[in-house]
Design a protein around this ligand. Structure first.
Ligand code: PLP
Length: 357
């Protein structure tokens, strides 16, 4: 039997949750992590939703589950069928897991610019991975159009269409948003994150705006090379691409159907440079012990900037989309950082983390 002292020590690690129903039951209900160093520096509460703790390792597990269950409900796929998606990685990983758990085949089209770690993982999860040249959305060879055409050629197959399928945004209206609201007891003043499909940003924004009668401010965070920043800043008149980014899974050249219904809810936009993103990625590892991918680090920079804009005493929430594991051969490589002109962005005392040549 545990001694009383040992039991008391152990009990802070024991959450009163019941066993989950398989992989799918383990999606969501992620912790909301207070980022102590940045909270202290800004006088705000800066909180990151630890989506890297989903069972497939990213925020996209939620969207994967919702688009598949939406297809089931609408009778678009039957037992043994094939789920087809165009994805830069994490949605594919979520879908591959969900498909194995539900007995579907999974075919993933992706731009051939994505990291080898993500491609390998998809294959290990049993997905049929089809890397295709990275061309713009208006080119018929774009990975999304190839995914749609292939699904259309199948008898029992569905293109889950994450970019323009509102079931993606619905996942965050029904799960991520309510979780943030419950975890903060409704004490949240700002929300910010970057957009890929924009399912996360739009769904959480919609829920928090509704729950707070419009009080919660929402800022869209954007990497270089994406049009969202210029679109918001020009009140919809401009869509300037300009530049490129090391971040994966975010950045957009158009307004997706997941973002369209909520575009009027956006209060402002923040453009986050790669130099700030990579410096934050290393800082969070050093000061907080959190090992994040670049889109998450960008989101934290945005939360930090939003906190400074809103002023002391406010609570700002962002999304920690995935861990660095899927990108570590790049993010911790001296040669890669040099090739991107980012070596000097990392402060001297943090360069000890650059362990790969
Ligand atoms: C690492 C990462 N961060 C952020 C996002 C963006 O999420 P959303 O598609 O909900 O905008 C994605 C999407 O795939 C991603 O893979």
């Amino acid at each position: 039997m545990l001694s009383r002292r040992l039991y008391t020590t152990a009990s802070r690690f024991i959450a009163a949750t019941k066993p989950t129903d398989g992989f799918i039951g383990a999606i969501g209900n992620t912790p909301l992590i207070r980022i102590a160093s940045l909270s202290k520096e800004t006088g705000c509460e800066i909180l990151g939703k630890a989506e890297f703790m989903n069972p497939g390792g990213s925020v996209k597990d939620r969207a994967a589950l919702f688009v598949v269950e939406d297809a089931e409900r609408r009778g678009l796929i039957k037992q043994g069928g094939t789920v087809v998606e165009g994805t830069a990685g994490n949605t594919g990983i979520g879908l591959a897991h969900v498909c194995r758990a539900k007995g579907y085949k999974c075919v993933i089209y992706m731009p051939n610019t994505q990291s080898q770690e993500k491609i390998d993982l998809l294959k290990m999860l049993g997905a049929d991975v089809r890397p295709v040249p990275a061309v713009a959305f208006d080119d018929p060879g774009n990975y999304n159009h190839q995914a749609r055409r292939f699904a259309e050629s199948l008898d029992n197959g569905v293109w889950t269409n994450q970019f323009d399928n509102p079931a993606n945004r619905q996942a965050h209206i029904e799960t991520t948003g309510p979780e943030i609201w419950a975890q903060t007891g409704g004490i949240v003043d700002g929300f910010t994150c970057a957009t890929g499909t924009a399912g996360t940003f739009a769904g959480v924004t919609r829920f928090l705006k509704d729950a707070s009668d419009g009080r919660v401010k929402s800022f869209a965070a954007d990497p270089p090379g994406s049009i969202i920043y210029s679109f918001v800043k020009s009140a919809g008149r401009e869509m300037i691409r300009g530049g490129s980014s090391i971040t994966e899974g975010i950045g957009q050249g158009r307004i997706t159907a997941n973002l369209q219904p909520d575009i009027h809810l956006i209060d402002d936009a923040l453009k986050i440079e790669d130099a700030d993103t990579i410096a934050m990625l290393y800082r969070l590892l050093d000061e907080e012990g959190i090992y994040l991918g670049a889109s998450s680090a960008l989101n934290v920079v945005a939360a930090y900037q939003m906190a400074k804009i809103l002023g002391p005493g406010k609570t700002v929430v962002t999304i920690l989309c995935d861990g660095a594991y899927r990108y570590q051969s790049r993010l911790f490589s001296r040669a890669w950082l040099e090739s991107k002109g980012l070596l000097d962005a990392i402060p001297e005392h943090l360069k000890k983390y650059i362990v790969l040549a």
